[in-house]
Design a protein around this ligand. Structure first.
Ligand SMILES: Cc1cc2nc3c(=O)[nH]c(=O)nc-3n(C[C@H](O)[C@H](O)[C@H](O)COP(=O)(O)O)c2cc1C
Length: 264
């Protein structure tokens, strides 16, 4: 697939291809085995070899990251591949000089943005595949989506939304909880972006490389280094490279399944 094809205006042929792909029964022992192997062999690796991740591999991993499901296709994410030697050595330090950061071939900041929803709503209309966006789609992105995010001066819209949702809930039934505060929007952007981060981690593993997600970094320092605004939030850093000997510190373990799964 060319780089253009990965863009946001798929051709009708691409749409048909997607449709056919979605209709196919992808259940097969081969697919399941491959997926299981990727998930089960992924570990947080803290020491990498000097082997580089080829650029085309990294690009494919980032492409797969961006195929993550996301609310209303608003894609609130960004990925900063920290490459320049000066920035990289500063970033290592900002990641507390953790082994994973220091030895990684690639260091990526996965960033959530709270200020792109409006442009991305418009772009969902302009880039709609298969011709002009239907009225339902336009109404959704022009009316419903702004209602979800807008807060108004001094939160006046939020207060109105709060009253309105409370009334609808009481008299009509369930209504989607909108964003009332900036933190609601931040949470929204961060959980969407975290899904892309997981896709990225699994894609790196599927390509035969490894990674370590890192929350251990100084966010203000990183934002300064990357010249990010108040509307950018670093969800996690991802160190990636080829697993070195003794790059995994101990066996993987999780608590009991029953502790977490509730059948209700
Ligand atoms: C959001 C997040 C933040 C993490 N932060 C760090 C970190 O700063 N340093 C580190 O060595 N590992 C970090 N990890 C890796 C976890 O410690 C690791 O995923 C966990 O212990 C389970 O081990 P496993 O990934 O090998 O299954 C982080 C993982 C996640 C998902």
């Amino acid at each position: 697939m060319s780089k253009q094809d990965q863009g946001s205006t798929p051709s009708p042929e691409k749409a048909n291809e997607d449709q056919g792909f979605a209709m196919q029964d992808i259940r097969s022992s081969k697919n399941l085995a491959a997926f299981t192997e990727v998930v089960e062999s992924r570990r947080s690796v803290r020491k990498f070899t000097d082997t580089p991740i080829p650029d085309d591999v990294l690009e494919d991993c980032l492409r797969l990251a961006m195929l993550a499901p996301n609310s209303s296709n608003l894609q609130p994410w960004e990925f900063y591949v920290i490459e320049t030697p000066d920035k990289r050595s500063k970033a290592n330090k900002i990641c507390m000089n953790q082994n994973a950061a220091r030895t990684a071939n690639k260091l990526i900041a996965v960033v959530a943005r709270t200020d792109t929803w409006r442009d991305h709503a418009k772009q969902n209309i302009s880039d709609f595949p298969d011709g002009k966006a239907p009225k339902k789609v336009r109404d959704y992105y022009e009316k419903i989506v702004p209602l979800d995010f807008l807060r108004g001066p001094a939160g006046v819209i939020s207060v109105a939304k709060w009253g309105m949702t409370k009334a609808v809930r009481q008299f009509k039934g369930p209504i989607k909880t909108p964003c009332y505060t900036y933190d609601d929007i931040k949470n929204w952007a961060m959980y969407n972006t975290a899904l892309a981060a997981e896709n990225l981690i699994l894609a790196i593993r599927a390509h035969g490389f490894d990674s370590c997600a890192m929350g251990g970094f100084d966010e203000p320092a990183l934002k300064k280094l990357l010249k990010l605004s108040d509307h950018h939030h670093v969800v996690m850093m991802i160190a990636a490279g080829e697993r070195a000997e003794r790059g995994i510190y101990h066996s993987q373990f999780r608590f009991d399944y029953d502790k977490f799964v509730k059948r209700v």
